[in-house]
Design a protein around this ligand. Structure first.
Ligand code: ADP
Ligand code: MG
Length: 331
C-alpha cells in the first residue's frame, strides 16, 4: 500500500512531529512552525541535501538515509558548539512510498532525533525524478560563544575527535573496491551510513576551543577552510592520525595499502568528527574532557604562523598536501 501526500505527512507528524514537543510553540500542521528562542542565545541554522545516486545508493535502507540526512546537519550544529532545537524536512520522492519504506525512514530519523531531543517542526513534500532530502536544522548557542572557523592562532594545538578514514573505507567496501569482509567491514560501513554527530563534544568545546569544523569533505580540505579563515598555517603529523581497529584490520589484511590508508585519513569525507584548535593553556582541561566524555581526542599537530598545511611523516619528511577533498563541481 502506498501513501497519499496527506497520509504521508500525517504519518510523519505522528511519528516524528511528536518528538520533543516542548521545543515548539507550534509544530507541523500550520503554514509555518513557531518556537521561542531561549534568552541570551544566538540562533544557529544549517541545511544539507542528500540525493539518491549521489549521496547514497538508490536501494539504501530508508532508515540509514534518514539517519544520515539528520546526522550531517546535527554535525554542523556540533561544529558550531550549538544545541539542537528543531528541524525541517523537504522530501522529494519519485513515487508514493510504501508504508514499510516510511516506517523504516521514521525509525532511522527518530533514533537520532530522540537522542538529541529534536522536534520535526515542518517541511515540504513533493514528487520529483529521484529521491532527494533537504534537512534544515535550527539550534542555539549563548551569544558570542559559537565555535567558528576563524579563531585558530599560531601555537594552538590541533585535535580531532574519534578516528579518521573509516567512512571512506566503508565507501570503498560499498563500491566493491575493498574486499574486506566480517566485523571490521561492518564497522566501516556503519561509520559511513550512521555517522555520530559530536554534539556533546561541541558543547564542551565552547569553553576550550579557539576554532572548530566538522570533517565532512576530508581532513585536508576541511582543515584548509579553518586555516584560510583564521589566516594561519598548520603542521600535521601523519603518524598521529587516529585510526580505528577496523581500518587497521583492513590495512593488516592487505586489502588497503599504506598509501590507501593515508588517503582515507587525509582525504576521505563523511567521518563527521570534529577538528578543532585549543590554546596550550587549556590542554589539561581538554584531556579531562576527553576522559569525562569517554571519547578519543587526539592531538594531530599544531597551528603555525604563515599559511598552508605541512604534512610531516614518521621520518620527519614533508609530504605534499594535495587537496583532494570532495568537490561536487570539480572536473
Ligand atoms: P503548505 O501547502 O502550506 O506549504 P503543506 O500541505 O505542504 O502546506 O504542509 C502541511 C504541513 O505539513 C505544514 O505544517 C508542513 O510544514 C508539514 N509538512 C509537509 N511536508 C512535510 C515533511 N516532509 N516533513 C515534515 N513536515 C512536513
Ligand atoms: Mg501554506
Amino acid at each position: 500500500m502506498s501513501q497519499s501526500e496527506f497520509a504521508l505527512i500525517d504519518r510523519l507528524r505522528q511519528r516524528l512531529g511528536a518528538i520533543a514537543p516542548g521545543q515548539l510553540e507550534l509544530g507541523m500542521g500550520d503554514d509555518a512552525a513557531l518556537w521561542r528562542p531561549s534568552a541570551g542565545m544566538d540562533q544557529v541554522a544549517c541545511c544539507d541535501t542528500m540525493i539518491a545516486g549521489r549521496h547514497f545508493l538508490p536501494d539504501a535502507d530508508p532508515a540509514d538515509i534518514a539517519f544520515k540526512a539528520l546526522a550531517v546537519n546535527l554535525s554542523d550544529l556540533a561544529a558550531m558548539g550549538a544545541t539542537a532545537r528543531a528541524a525541517l524536512l523537504a522530501l522529494c520522492l519519485p513515487q508514493a512510498p510504501s508504508a514499510q519504506w516510511l516506517d523504516r525512514f521514521c525509525a532511522g530519523w527518530s533514533a537520532l532525533a530522540q537522542t538529541h531531543d529534536l522536534a520535526l517542526a515542518g517541511g515540504d513534500t513533493t514528487r520529483g525524478p529521484v529521491l532527494a532530502l533537504t534537512v534544515t536544522c535550527f539550534g542555539e548557542v549563548p551569544h558570542g560563544r559559537a565555535l567558528r572557523r576563524d579563531g585558530a592562532r599560531a601555537g594552538d594545538g590541533l585535535y580531532v575527535s574519534g578516528t579518521l578514514g573509516d567512512a571512506a573505507a566503508g565507501l570503498a567496501i560499498q563500491r566493491g573496491e575493498l574486499a574486506l569482509i566480517g566485523p571490521a567491514s561492518q564497522a566501516l560501513l556503519d561509520r559511513l551510513q550512521r555517522p555520530t554527530p559530536r554534539l556533546a563534544l561541541g558543547l564542551a568545546l565552547r569553553e576550550l576551543a579557539s576554532s572548530a569544523i566538522d570533517v565532512s569533505d576530508g581532513l585536508v580540505a576541511d582543515l584548509g577552510h579553518v586555516l584560510a579563515a583564521s589566516g594561519v598555517g598548520a603542521v600535521v603529523h601523519l603518524d598521529a592520525l587516529p585510526r580505528s581497529p577496523a581500518l587497521q584490520a583492513a590495512h593488516a589484511a592487505q586489502d588497503l595499502s599504506a598509501q590507501g590508508l593515508l588517503d582515507c585519513q587525509l582525504h576521505g569525507g563523511d567521518d563527521y568528527e570534529l577538528c578543532f584548535t585549543v590554546p596550550p593553556a587549556r590542554e589539561p582541561a581538554l584531556l579531562a574532557l576527553a576522559q569525562a566524555q569517554a571519547l578519543a581526542i587526539t592531538r594531530i599537530g599544531e597551528i603555525s604562523d604563515g599559511n598552508g598545511l605541512r604534512l610531516i611523516d614518521r621520518q620527519g619528511r614533508e609530504q605534499a598536501a594535495a587537496n583532494r577533498g570532495w568537490d561536487h563541481f570539480r572536473a
